[in-house]
Design a protein. Structure first.
Length: 127
């Protein structure tokens, strides 16, 4: 798992994991809802949401969209960097998380990728 980070005065926002082999379906969303999200919350993460590729045609050509890619990602937030670090320790020690990730990662097209992002100064995600 590769982690990229950026720093800010606000709490970190984390995304993961990335590209999936085939279009995300109801089963993948159900796995997120039943296993991934509860494990994240139990570790102290605030789950912002789970997002999948929109498969409809791009009707706004001035906004370039990469077509033919299947992505399933989630966003979580934390009050500060220490809370993020504590959550990571809890996740990696959690049997529920290990089980959820074994099932989740089985459908990925490549290695999972976690981005540690920083909210912009005017973002509503700032703590």
């Amino acid at each position: 798992m590769r982690v990229r980070a950026s720093r800010s005065k606000g709490g970190p926002v984390s995304s993961g994991p990335g590209s999936v082999r085939q279009r995300a379906d109801a089963a993948r969303s159900a796995l997120f809802d039943s296993a991934v999200a509860p494990a994240l919350a139990a570790a102290g993460a605030r789950v912002i949401g789970h997002y999948v590729t929109e498969t409809q045609a791009n009707t706004y050509p001035r906004l370039p969209v990469r077509e033919g890619e299947n992505v399933s990602v989630w966003l979580t937030s934390f009050p500060n960097d220490d809370a993020y670090a504590r959550a990571q320790v809890r996740l990696f020690a959690s049997a529920a998380w290990q089980d959820a990730m074994a099932r989740w990662n089985g459908g990925l097209a490549g290695a999972p990728e976690v981005l540690k992002l920083a909210p912009t100064p005017r973002s509503l995600l700032r703590s």
